[in-house]
Every structure is written in C-alpha cells, then in structure tokens.
Design a protein around this ligand. Structure first.
Ligand SMILES: [Zn+2]
Length: 65
C-alpha cells in the first residue's frame, strides 16, 4: 500500500475535480486533497483494519500453517 489513497469524489460537495494538495500534511498524517469545485481541502488517512478482519474468502482453500 502506497499510503496515498486517491478519493474519487469530494466528500463535501461530491465533485470529481480533486487534486493533491501542495500544502503539506506531515508524513504519515494522510494525503491532502483539494476540491476545485468547493475550494475545500481535506486529508485522507488510513485508520486501520476492521475488527472483523478480512473476508472469509481470503482464508478458504487450506492454510499451510
Ligand atoms: Zn468539493
């Protein structure tokens, strides 16, 4: 995982005209994006995996361990 996830839509106005923000968020704080339609800037960050873990399909077929 690269650490930079690209959003497809602005979470505030729903527009697709997003661009990476030059105003830095600190490394590891998430990627900053700007919406050209509503002029909002926001950051995306990965919080962690859900407690339920991966879907069961991932473990099907016999685990060698
Ligand atoms: Zn927007």
């Amino acid at each position: 995982m690269s650490g930079r996830a690209a959003p497809f839509y602005c979470p505030y106005c729903g527009d697709e005209d997003l661009r990476p923000s030059e105003e830095g968020t600190a490394k590891g704080k998430g990627a900053a994006w700007e919406c050209a339609a509503c002029n909002r800037a926001f950051a995306l960050s990965f919080l962690g995996l859900l407690a339920g873990g991966l879907p069961s399909a991932h473990t099907e077929g016999g685990d060698p361990s």
